[in-house]
Design a protein around this ligand. Structure first.
Ligand SMILES: [Zn+2]
Length: 503
């Protein structure tokens, strides 16, 4: 990760840490050590997924999966099966609806026909919108009056909610329906299983980008019991989901507390929508302003920074990014932490000028190269004149530190697959913003040193340096064209935890 340093040939690990690094002669200085020859493969620090939702994606096996559901008939069958499979759950829940892939569109009446008066939710793959049945709407108190006040509660011609709700209301529905599935013991088992899968991809540390109080509690229980196979930086988030008011969480453990297994991360805020990102762009010369901006971002963010927390802000549209940069500028006047690093989560769209402003306020970009796949598919004709989608090269050229991440389950999770998307910028046969390509080698840096920096973890992980945690990945390389890398081995805290089948 450091081009200034000579290539090392031997790395010595003891008690889970790197204790020495050098050339082939170094091995002689440790005659009693166990030797492990990686046969000329490449050794790098293990990947840190700087924005994912491990605690949520772990539960997906409990929910109906409508990622391939194409018709209302199929959806109704899936919900009936789900109700039989989880008879104790208050909410019937299905996930991974994506109409851009499947063409599936429906409303509350389609759900009511099979769910009766039990609340039901079909969550979108973005987690920023969902469809509720009538009992679900009633459970959350969403009726005609709410739809009249909030344009993000979609209503029919008569003013009745159709069941489709976006952003804050989707967040409330997510939180309410989650509670049917978060028995702490079972939840911990599911997190452990998913974390073990991440090890096979070379990921030994994650930043869980939205941990409500129940999520923080389940992680704490797992860490105490030695049940966390990977390191977690838990970014606190209020309950309900997709809101900014932290309330008494500001009195709780601050960013940085904990240890290398489980640490409190920056607080997670939202500047704009995910289903309704905030844009202010020109399209074919015409100005276009649209999307949802959270009105309480600045006031809530300042409170948190004043109290000594670090922060990360979801910003997808260029207006969302601009609002975030402005909030950072104002919050930096009240910060207590000299070494603050303001995280922008996603940075979905920006111009070169906005990227430079982000650098000036000391921001870090926590980006998702794997988003090329679905943004490439959904953005279509929406190509502004004055800002770029997933502007990774623009951000890097401006000098912004990039951290690599997946936003799992909202994008592909495998870091090497994501790096390829970030390099080739191809989505279903089209090339999406070729000028924003960033090389696989740079993504390896983003997923290690960059992510460690975004998490304030650069003293413990993210590079091969004496004293750091021995979390390592051995990569094999095929062919001699564009890099085709694969994970051969994963080491966590000095222990070999994964070996590829064909290795
Ligand atoms: Zn996310």
């Amino acid at each position: 990760m450091d081009p200034q340093r000579p290539t090392a040939e031997v790395i010595v690990i003891s008690d889970g840490r790197i204790i020495d690094i050098g050339d082939a002669q170094l091995a002689k200085a440790y005659p009693t050590a166990v030797h492990h020859d990686i046969g000329g493969a490449m050794l790098i620090p293990a990947f840190i997924d700087a924005h994912c939702h491990l605690s949520i994606v772990a539960l997906q096996p409990l929910w109906g999966d409508c990622s391939a559901t194409r018709t209302i008939d199929e959806l109704q069958q899936l919900l009936e099966q789900q109700a039989r499979r989880k008879p104790q759950a208050e909410w019937i829940r299905a996930d991974s609806w994506d109409e851009l892939v499947t063409g599936l569109m429906f409303d509350r009446h389609d759900l009511d026909a099979v769910t009766g008066d039990q609340p039901a939710i079909v969550m979108h793959s973005t987690y920023h919108q969902c469809v509720l049945n009538s009992a679900g709407l009633e459970n959350l108190g969403i009726g005609r009056e709410a739809a009249r006040r909030d344009p993000l509660i979609v209503a029919d011609d008569r003013g009745d909610p159709t069941g489709l709700v976006l952003e804050r209301s989707a967040g409330r529905a997510h939180s309410a329906s989650m509670r049917s599935y978060t028995d702490p013991d079972r939840w911990a088992e599911h997190i452990e299983r998913r974390a073990t899968h991440l090890l096979s991809l070379g990921i030994t540390a994650v930043h869980d980008a939205a941990c409500d109080p129940a999520t923080e509690a389940v992680y704490a229980t797992m860490a105490r019991a030695g049940q966390l196979p990977i390191s977690v930086l838990a970014m606190p988030h209020p309950d309900p989901f997709l809101t900014n008011a932290f309330g008494d969480r500001l009195d709780g453990a601050p960013t940085g507390s904990g240890d290398e297994t489980l640490r409190v991360g920056p607080l997670k805020f939202f500047a704009d929508g995910g289903a309704a990102p905030a844009f202010d762009v020109h399209l074919g010369g015409e100005r276009l302003v649209m999307g949802y901006r959270h009105p309480d971002l600045l006031s809530e963010l300042k409170l948190a920074v004043e109290r000594g927390f670090r922060v990360g802000v979801h910003a997808m549209g260029n207006q969302g990014v601009a609002d975030t940069v402005e909030a950072f500028r104002q919050a930096s006047r009240v910060r207590r932490d000299d070494d603050h690093r303001f995280r922008i989560e996603h940075v979905g769209m920006a111009s070169p000028a906005l990227a430079r402003e982000a650098v000036e306020v000391g921001a870090v970009g926590v980006v998702q190269p794997g988003f090329v796949e679905h943004v490439g598919r959904s953005a279509g004709e929406f190509q502004p004149d004055d800002a770029s989608w997933l502007p990774f090269a623009t951000l890097a050229d401006a000098g912004l530190v990039l951290a690599g991440s997946s936003d799992d389950p909202c994008g592909p999770v495998n870091p090497l697959e994501c790096a390829r998307f970030g390099e080739h910028r191809r989505s279903e046969g089209i090339v999406f913003g070729a000028d924003q390509s960033v090389s696989t080698d740079d993504w390896l840096t983003a997923y290690t040193a960059g992510s460690a920096f975004a998490g304030g973890q650069e003293h413990e992980r993210g590079s091969l340096t004496v004293g750091k945690v021995a979390d390592l990945v051995v990569l094999g390389e095929q062919g001699d064209g564009p890099r085709e890398l694969s994970v051969l081995e994963t080491w966590a805290r000095g222990r070999l935890v994964h070996v590829a089948d064909d290795n």
